[in-house]
Design a protein around this ligand. Structure first.
Ligand code: BEZ
Length: 236
């Protein structure tokens, strides 16, 4: 019994390679993450088809899919439901649900059927304290090399904030492109954080810098300008 519970909550960590799997989805069979090599992936789980919070989330993600694909990011959803339930739910969303100005919304990214819970267990999406039969609202950000870069979990009752998912994705892409970090509440175009000095010499240079784009509050806390145009057009 203990072993089963341990398996249910085992989860990959930031920095791990994304666990591989083959699955049936609403867009056909996928080999994960190999099919998306060279792209960022947001793999997200939801508790169940035909439920209101999940429906609001799917409509929002589908409406905003082009914003994520413009960031070279593939969306992949999952729940512990069968393929025909997924198909029926997505058809209902398209044909019948009008919500907050969204209507006729077609979900074209893959939605994994995981009735066996094989994938959900691999990714620690079953959190027994919350539910033993439904996946929590997990979000895995996976980079173009298949490495897990961020993980966000929400309980069943709380719909996700899609502005934050997009902001986090852009922050990671910007950190990679410019070797910087991003401060609290950073938005594209705001100043970024210069990595902390790793030696006394660098600390001294930082404090004495004449670079007008760099501001040091102290030797360990320097920011620099990074324009919206630089964020939107990173070097290759
Ligand atoms: C929902 O998506 O509305 C939902 C799903 C499972 C539990 C609670 C809410």
């Amino acid at each position: 019994m203990e072993a089963i519970e341990e398996q249910a909550v085992a989860m990959p960590r930031i920095g791990d390679q994304a666990p591989e799997f083959t699955a049936i989805t609403t867009q056909g069979e996928i080999h994960f993450p190999a099919d998306y090599e060279g792209k960022w992936i947001i793999l997200f789980s939801h508790p169940a088809d035909f439920t209101p919070v999940c429906t609001s989330e799917f409509m929002t993600f589908a409406k905003r899919e082009s914003e994520f694909s413009a960031l070279n990011c593939q969306l992949v959803g999952l729940s512990i439901d069968g393929l025909y339930s997924h198909i029926a739910w997505l058809r209902t969303i398209k044909d019948k649900i009008e919500y907050r100005g969204m209507k006729n919304i077609e979900v074209t990214f893959p939605l994994i059927e995981d009735i066996s819970m094989e994938v959900a267990k691999k990714y620690g999406m079953i959190q027994p304290g919350e539910s033993t039969t439904k996946a929590v609202r997990a979000v895995f950000f996976i980079d173009p090399k298949g490495t897990i870069r961020a993980i966000i979990y929400y309980p069943l009752s709380t719909g996700r904030n899609f502005d934050e998912l997009k902001r986090a994705l852009i922050a990671m892409q910007t950190a990679d492109a410019y070797a910087i970090a991003t401060p609290a509440d950073w938005q594209p175009g705001d100043d970024v954080i210069v990595p902390t000095a790793g030696s006394c010499g660098v600390a001294k240079d930082r404090m004495e810098t004449k670079d007008a784009d760099v501001t040091c509050l102290d030797w360990f806390f320097c920011t620099k300008k990074l324009s919206l145009d630089q964020v939107n057009n990173p070097p290759n």
